[in-house]
Structures are given as structure tokens and as C-alpha cells.
Design a protein around this ligand. Sequence first.
Ligand code: TXA
Ligand code: MG
Length: 321
Amino acid sequence: MKYKETLIGSDIEYAKKLLINNELVAIPTETVYGLASNAFDAGAVSQIFIAKNRPKTNPLIIHLGTIDQLKEIVKEIPEAALVLLNKFTPGPLTLLLPKNHLVPEIVTAGLPDVAVRIPSHPLTLSLLQQISFPLAAPSANPFGYISPTKAIHVQRMLNGKIPYILDGGECKSGIESTIVGFKDNKVIIYRQGIITKEDIEDCVGTTYLNESKKTVAPGMMDSHYAPHTPLYLTDNIETMIKDLGVSDIGLITYNEYCNTLPETQQILLFKSDNYKMGAANLYAALHEMDSKSYKAIVVKKLPHHGIGAAINDRLWRASMK
Ligand code: TXA
Ligand code: MG
């Protein structure tokens, strides 16, 4: 262990001091907690890969405080990207744009584009606006495991590996940002999120989902967000529970409880079709279920559109081994 204990607090001055000294700090965002370092310092960035046990071939998102700061690290911004930036940022949207010389190769894993986003969480936005460098930050979980939406999730997963977690409460959106790229005047969606395909199309017209099996970046690989307990995603929970043939199952469902299992073994992600609430509760539900020694976690698939599709994507990857 590099540190005796990872501290949790809301001392922005202390977070700044650590980051200026090229140390890592977990930061709250509106999506999930990130594990941040000075994006301009290759040595500081390499600490992120070590703490997360993340392959160096998997690039990181750079977080900035303003659109002007963003302009300083990219070569150009296509018209559609500007429209999306003006509409959705600060907020849960990441754009892939051609990087300039200021961005170290380690951040993009050698790719020509850099992922950039301006988060809207007030504490982190204020931190970003007070420091003279942007922050590289992946989600603050060990590689492949469930993303954190509370400071305590980060502490449980990375205790002793980082000095400090800046506590900004529970993440409101709860799933990672939507990622968009721009190619031959087309807008391509690489990762779905709270800002949906429909939201983006309202601003820039037709978009394309990147469904190619060839991953743009290794981080978009299939197995991801996965609990240690085997997870089964299904349309038909009754049949799945019967097929599994055991009763120590944790069930994550929505709108109403299932009669087959005791309610104490179930988590309702949301009621009354409130999908936004479902996204906000998703990772906390997975963390909780994974902490109970169940033989299996069964999750009911959501209707596959809008935020439902973004949640299903996480769950599908969580079910891959
Ligand atoms: O909401 C979020 O985006 C959170 C918070 C902390 O901002 N961050 C996050 O980072 O989800 P991470 O590293 O867990 O996921 C970033 C994804 C990965 O799949 C990575 O491969 C992809 O973005 N990515 C990053 N840079 C890229 C690049 N230059 N080209 C293509 N994909 C990239
Ligand atoms: Mg991640």
C-alpha cells in the first residue's frame, strides 16, 4: 500500500495541492467518480494506470473547466462539435477531437484524437477552473470492475492506493458520459449515456451508433463494469431464476417487485418508468448486490431505447466474462 489510508473530505485546497504535486485525487463528477491527475504530466498520468491496474493501451478522458481551455489542447473543432459543446456542456458529454502537442501520448494511448469533457459537478468544475492544467481522469474503479457513484465506493476499491477522495456526494447522472466522435461530417456515438442519441439528433441531425466489433479503443471492449458475482441480464426473470436452480440470488429490477424471491433480495432501480433515476441508482445497486455473497445477480433488461439502451449497454458488458 502506497498510503496508510485513503482519506475522504471536501477540502478543495488540499485536492489542489496534491494535484499540483502530481499526486492522484478521486474527484466527483455528475456521472461517476473519476481518478484524476495532471493531464499535462506523463509521469502523473502513468500513476493512474498503476492504481487502476489499467492497460496503457486504454486512453483517458481529459476534463477541463471551460470551452476556451478545451480549445487550447485540440487542433480543430468541427461545427457539429461546437453545437454540441454549446448545448450540453458543462455536462455528461465527451467529444473525440484531434489532439495537439500539449497532450502527452500516454493520455490517448498514441491515438490522434483526445477525449475531452467539461463536467458539471460544481466542486470539480470549480477545482478545474482554479488550476492551470486539465485533469486526465478515468472512472475511479479497478480496471473492469463497477464504476463508483459515491466516495465510499472509491475508498473501498482503492484504499491505500491514492491519498485523497474529494467528496461531492452521490453522482446525479450515475452512468458514464456519452462519447461522440466526428468523421467525414458524420457524428458517431461511441458510448451511450444520459444524453441520448435522440437528444444529440435534435441538435445535429442524423447520428450513427458505433456498433463495429472492432473497438476504437481497447477500453470499449466487451467485458466491463462487472461485479465479481456472475451477472445474468434477461427479459424474463422468472425463467432465469428457475433455470439457475438456486435461491440465493440478488435481483435488480424496476417498477415492481417479482413474486418469486423475497423483497429483501431485490432492489428496484426505479418506479413509474423513471429511467433517469434508474441510471443514478445502477452502480450503487451493483455494488450492494456484489457485497452480499449471492450465487448470482439477475437483472431485468430495460426497454432498449434512450437511457434504457445506455443502462442495458452497461449491464450487457457487466454480464460478460
Ligand atoms: O463520465 C465519464 O466519462 C467518466 C467521468 C470520470 O468523467 N469517465 C470515464 O472514463 O468513464 P473511462 O476511462 O472509464 O472511460 C472512458 C472511455 C474508455 O472506453 C476509453 O477507451 C474511451 O473513453 N476513450 C478515451 N480516450 C479515447 C480516445 N482518444 N479515442 C477513443 N476512445 C477513447
Ligand atoms: Mg471506466
